[in-house]
Design a protein around this ligand. Sequence first.
Ligand SMILES: Cc1cc2nc3c(=O)[nH]c(=O)nc-3n(C[C@H](O)[C@H](O)[C@H](O)COP(=O)(O)O)c2cc1C
Length: 308
Amino acid sequence: MSVTSKIIRESLITGDEGKYLLRLRKESGRTSYPGMHLYRLELILNGRIVLDFRTNTFEYTGGMDIDAEKAAINRFSEWERDFTKNPHRFLEYQEKIKNRQEKLYSLTGSEKFDAVIIEGSPRPDGNSSAFALWIKEILNSLGKTVYVIYPDEYIIHPCIGCYQCYNYGRCTFRDDMTDIISLIKNASFVVICSPVYTNTVPGSLKIIFDRFLAYHAFCSLNGCKNHPEGILFAVAGRKGCSNFDSLVPVCDAFMDTAGIIKKGMILCDNTDETGDIRSIKGLKEKAEEMIEKLIKIPDIAKKADNLL
Ligand SMILES: Cc1cc2nc3c(=O)[nH]c(=O)nc-3n(C[C@H](O)[C@H](O)[C@H](O)COP(=O)(O)O)c2cc1C
């Protein structure tokens, strides 16, 4: 989809350093959402953006008295009025806000690992955990560095659907998600290990999945080069493959959002009866084989689905 930009308002205002251009643009086509438009208000001096404010249509619900265009035009009028009144004071104040934001959102977690395993079960010695350990061992033996994420150990606020991430490509919450996104952003392989909880993934894992919307927003605005390869491992207590009918599309949707290319999955049902998956003959070898194939032959068939 191509990005289009339309100027909504423009004004030339005189400040201490010369003529400033205050411009409001409506940008469309950055995301695959047909109704999403981004309004960008910019104060420009000699071609350099001194200040900017962004808002998008998805931030505003039908029950609100205001929409994105009105909010953007209001902000345009406020900036025009305040700047004209006292350019120095206006710029000084806006600069303080900008500096605080930049400091708050400067990215941490620059550590890089070849592979990231998300172990979605809260049980540290359960079935998903056993699988995660197998995968970690095999990846380490192939010389890959591995980081295991245990969602329950992180403090992550659930997504509130404010859609502000589509303004600057970052979430309004500043919490442990920053590190998780950074780890996935730099990885070549992502493995999800999850039990079935009430037909889908456990809540803490779902919170992580939802919060990846901010990463999707970041990629929509800036483009993303890294597309890790992904594998899904899931266990269900009950017997039958239908127990994964909801979990699999949820995990697939997450991989899509995070730009992960799914390369395979192993689904292991009936743990209510079998108990510990470590007792299932050939399962560990199957997992190892899948990982080895992934690492050694980079382009194996896109979907090497397996159901035990
Ligand atoms: C809260 C909760 C909900 C569950 N819901 C389901 C379910 O909907 N379907 C199912 O087949 N198993 C369900 N199970 C069983 C787990 O999927 C099963 O015990 C699994 O082996 C646990 O994996 P773990 O050892 O990695 O924690 C549930 C278990 C818990 C604790």
